[in-house]
Design a protein around this ligand. Sequence first.
Ligand SMILES: *Cc1c(COP(=O)(O)O)cnc(C)c1O
Length: 370
Amino acid sequence: MFMENKFIPVSEPNITQKELKYVVSAVKSGWVSSLGEFITRFEDKFASFIGTKYALAVSNGTTGLHLALASLGIKKGDEVIIPDLTFVATANAVLYTGAIPVLVDIDPFTWCIDPKAILKAITPKTKCIIPVHLYGQPANMDEINNIAKKFNLYVVEDCAEAHGAEFRGKKVGSLGTCGVFSFYGNKIITTGEGGMITTNNRKLYETACLLRDHAMSKKKKYWHERVGFNYRLTNIQAALGLAQLERIDNLIDKKINIFSWYKNNLEKLKNIRLNPESLWAKNVYWMICLYLTDSKVSRQNLMEKLKSNHIDSRPFFYPISQMPLYKQFKHGNNRQSYQASQHGLNLPSSTKLTKKDVDYICQIIKKILN
Ligand SMILES: *Cc1c(COP(=O)(O)O)cnc(C)c1O
């Protein structure tokens, strides 16, 4: 229940008695590290939720992306095409392998990678595309997969913000070579820190299993023939994750409801646009997005006024190429990424919001923008 002087956060975890029960059971079992029944239960249930043969739990979304790329053999001298507008983890995971992240523009409707921009960036060194399903909206996977097929490229879906989102009736994470999810505290479900790789590719799955655990030989304990990593998730985290996964349909339905409350309240405003909605995709609205198309009020101003009314908000990501460290990886002018980045913000999107909270937030927004 919203109270006048409570700050409404952009996001917060949704933890119930079920999560507490599972976590206590994991702790009491003595299996506190990365062996234990909750790991396999979480992986199996996640694979069947996404609709892939395999799911592999990892320590976070960033290590998941790195592990996926390393397992596919991405290395120094390779190029990986990614959208300029994303969280920095997408680019960093590519850099960890020694490969080059090629930053291309987004589509102005989905705010996800633009297939036309991918085509322009392909060279003989290109090995992989990482579409990011940004803020819960799926990228155009048909066009991306067609390009990948034509040029023999891997597709690693960055699903960190889109658990349960669908493209033409199939869940993201089941459409490319593999999918990578994050369970950070503000994601659709959380394990505190954590991640998951989903795939139907047995070879990729087996290599990733090996590299996740220091590439320790299956036949000979403490024998290593490659440089692997410790990217394991703990049984305690998996217990939290399993409880969250058993509730995920409700959490996603709540996200969709929250979006509809915002939409009903704000759709008459002329100078804004909300999250993309398309017939071919199920958006899970990880973050409610408000994009100022043509407003006399600046984003900064709007955010400050929201704050003085106890409403939290966040700007969209910076384009990766705007940061000096990554400027060299920019490909094209990426105008749409810069536009979206300047004019977009995230509104409170927590699954704990009530309709009354959203009505209050929208009433304030209308007052500011009208
Ligand atoms: C959160 C996020 C990640 C990284 O996940 P962590 O679990 O925080 O490492 C990667 N990509 C995108 C798009 C994200 O939003």
